[in-house]
Design a protein around this ligand. Structure first.
Ligand SMILES: [Zn+2]
Length: 722
């Protein structure tokens, strides 16, 4: 799979970076002294020249050749391949970590409508000539990861998106779902399928069927694959229903790593393990159920894209749902490789992507894996040419992300002590490209770093700076939500971070600052067998330009964090975002019951201290490279900020989640100031006051820390003449 590099580095560099960036190449980069900036620019140019679309495509073909779900032999083979390739590329300390975790695979699944007419659901996707992989006999039927096993016959109720408010509507219509099977759709509004399952379980349903309505990801949106990006009639969105919003990772080792001999809780005591059985359906298989339903007409918003009236059901349609799962402990493999830092080997910049896919994983996650392999290849080449970053780069290929963020969570729990002192940042890429829309996210302190780079890079199709494209994307999304205000710089990088990928253990459990990167686009084949190589080449990223651009962004951000003289965190920006989080909460709750004045004043002080540190850093860097001891003190200090947001007791009710600014709702949606917000939403004002006090203390601690660091920097001017 390895071919020689043919493109000229200089030409490729000019292709990747905009004229504006070339013109401003003399300006200092954030975090770098002038002398270091020139060296850094050269390293970035050398790096950016290496990732190639042809190579990315080759990697992508390899990773998408066979289904490779977590726990499968194929996914183990791919782990071995990655380890081998990383060694060949020149990475150091390549190891494969094994975690024995609760795995999931279907043994037998069937769904039969027994009344009013008989219909055997195929639970299969139909092959398409344009995509030969769709004839692969190793593709699984539709199933839901970590579903319980069951064999049950019951009447079917249509419960819209399966959120709690939907069951209220059913109740008002006199429909009781206890003992029945609920049929819900994936979106409208979107919620994580595990939340739908837990909600159905709490409502006393006997089973859950989750289907893809064509109004959400099918023909109602536009041309379907192979003619377009949307899901064909029989596409099935597989996926786990694990309750990882309570605690992610292996359900049997909540909070500790699944190493050999680890203590395991009994499955019936595992909080994140569903007790309900379910299946995902294509609209092709859902249609016969929906069109035979009786009962009241469903509300207008519940109507979907199929050409008949949707009814609530509850009597006439009966199905037999049979699910037999193999949910046993099996190995997950996390591949880790490094480029050891030349000066600060105990500072880690971590880059990760998951490897496991429900089937071929064309977008999710093999696009990201292809981009990762080009990043590691480029760093291997830099190393060979004698360019070693100052800090250590740690590369991880995760397993079991799709089941419960499992591999990254176990690894994070395994190395929690190291990560607490060594982790500088975690840069996550799940899918790298399903289209051309750059969609970065970052904690508030790292958003400016991402935006700086987006100003320098160009969209390969339009030749516009990526930051402009990003501004247009954000403006469009806002306009669709009825907000005509043009987005400000602070609005471009998303700082509201939910769950659903491998950043979770780093940010929410360990207090490691995170960045997430992807190129997005219309993508209706998510978690179906059509998400493969052909989809990518016909629709998603023909030419693999966005795969390569993602590699460049990922690697360049890693290089900036790895080589900076003073780490480029912007805490004044963090404070501005924090102030917005508080304003949003205040706007959404009964104001009189929350006293947030002291918290607001604390945020003002945190912002002032952040600005002071920014100024002190800029002054120090303008006059030379700071003395090593001073730089080390300041850099170690700023890493404490994110850790200081952690509350050791965690969120009330889910103590694994320790971050006081960031968590996710049970739906996976972002949730800021989680402890306080949840208390306010539940109108538990005593708890809200306690959570406010926790935030006040963390903000005050961080303001004091930044003040001290700024003073330290200002009191110690760098040696003159450097
Ligand atoms: Zn993924």
């Amino acid at each position: 799979m390895i071919r020689a590099l043919r493109r000229s580095p200089v030409l490729a560099f000019l292709g990747a970076f905009s004229a504006a960036a070339a013109a401003s190449a003399g300006d200092s980069l954030s975090g770098f002294a002038t002398a270091s900036t020139a060296r850094q620019r050269a390293a970035e140019a050398a790096f950016a020249a290496i990732p190639s679309p042809e190579r990315a495509r080759d990697w992508h073909r390899h990773f998408t050749a066979e289904p490779h779900p977590a726990g499968s032999e194929r996914n183990h083979e791919l782990a071995l391949t990655i380890a081998e390739e990383w060694k060949k590329q020149g990475l150091e300390d390549v190891v494969i970590h094994r975690y024995d975790v609760l795995n999931t695979a279907p043994l037998e699944v069937s769904l039969t409508m027994v009344a009013p007419v008989r219909y055997e659901a195929s639970l299969r996707e139909e092959p398409i000539d344009a995509d030969p992989d769709t004839r692969n006999p190793r593709v699984s039927p539709g199933y839901l990861g970590l579903s319980a096993s069951a064999d049950v016959e019951a009447a079917v109720v249509y419960a819209h998106s399966g959120n709690p408010e939907d069951y209220e509507v059913l109740r008002k219509n006199g429909i009781d779902v206890r003992g029945k099977i609920v049929l819900v759709r994936y979106s409208n509004p979107y919620s994580y399928r595990g939340w739908k399952a837990l909600t159905a379980e709490r409502q006393g349903a006997a089973g859950i069927l989750i289907y893809s309505d064509p109004a959400e990801d099918g023909f109602k949106r536009g041309p379907v694959f192979p003619d377009g990006p949307w899901g064909p009639e029989s596409h099935i969105q597989r996926g786990a229903i694990t309750y990882d919003f309570i605690v992610p990772g292996d359900p049997l080792t909540p909070g500790w790593p699944s190493l050999p001999g680890a203590r395991r809780v009994k499955p019936e005591e595992a909080l994140s393990l569903p007790k309900i059985a379910g299946l995902p359906l294509s609209w092709k298989d859902a249609k016969p159920l929906l069109e035979n339903m009786d009962g009241p007409l469903a509300p207008k918003e519940w109507q979907g894209g199929l050409p008949f009236d949707y009814r609530l059901g509850g009597e006439r349609v009966r199905v037999r749902l049979k699910v037999r799962m193999d949910n046993r402990v099996a190995p997950n493999y996390v591949v880790e490789g490094r480029v050891r830092g030349s000066e600060l080997p105990d500072d880690w910049v971590i880059l990760g992507n998951h490897r496991d896919a429900w089937e071929f994983g064309g977008v999710d996650p093999s696009s990201g894996t292809a981009s990762l392999m080009e990043v590691t290849r480029a760093f291997g080449q830099l190393l060979e040419s004698g360019q070693r970053p100052r800090r250590t780069l740690v590369f991880c290929s995760w397993d079991g992300e799709e089941v419960g963020l499992t591999g990254s969570t176990e690894w994070g729990e395994n190395f929690a002590d190291d990560l607490a002192t060594k982790a500088v940042a975690y840069l996550n890429v799940d899918s790298s490209a399903s289209g051309p829309d750059f969609q970065p996210d970052a904690v508030g302190s790292l958003a400016p770093l991402v935006l700086d780079l987006a100003r320098e890079l160009q969209d390969p199709a339009t030749r516009r700076p990526l930051a402009e494209a990003l501004r247009a994307t954000v403006a469009k999304a806002r306009a669709e939500a009825g907000d005509a205000a043009p987005p400000a710089d602070d609005d471009l990088v998303d700082v509201r971070i939910g769950s659903g990928s491998d950043h979770t253990v780093f940010l929410n459990h360990l207090g490691v600052p995170t960045i997430g990167l992807t190129f997005d686009g219309p993508y209706g084949v998510y978690h179906s067998m059509y998400d493969g190589f052909a989809w990518m080449n016909r629709v998603g990223d023909p030419g693999y330009r966005y795969h390569v651009l993602l590699s460049r962004i990922w690697g360049t951000l890693a290089l900036r964090l790895a080589n900076a003289d003073l780490l480029p965190f912007d805490f004044a920006a963090y404070a501005r975002h924090l102030r917005r989080f508080v304003a949003d909460l205040d706007g959404a709750t009964e104001k009189s019951r929350l006293d947030l004045a002291r918290l607001r004043a604390g945020i003002d002080a945190f912002e002032a201290a952040g600005r002071k540190l920014n100024d002190a850093q800029a002054r120090a860097l303008a006059s030379g490279v700071p003395a090593p001891d001073l730089a080390r003190r300041v850099n170690r200090g700023v890493l404490e900020v994110e850790r200081n947001w952690l509350d050791p007791d965690g969120l009330p009710g889910r103590p694994w989640f320790k971050h006081t600014l960031y968590a996710a709702r049970y739906t996976y949606a972002h949730l800021e100031l989680p402890g306080l917000t949840e208390a306010a939403e539940e109108k538990d004002w005593d708890r809200a006051a306690r959570q406010t006090a926790i935030l006040e203390r963390a903000v005050a601690r961080n303001a004091g820390l930044l003040d001290a660091l700024a003073r330290d920097l200002s009191a110690n001017p760098p040696p003159s003449g450097r």
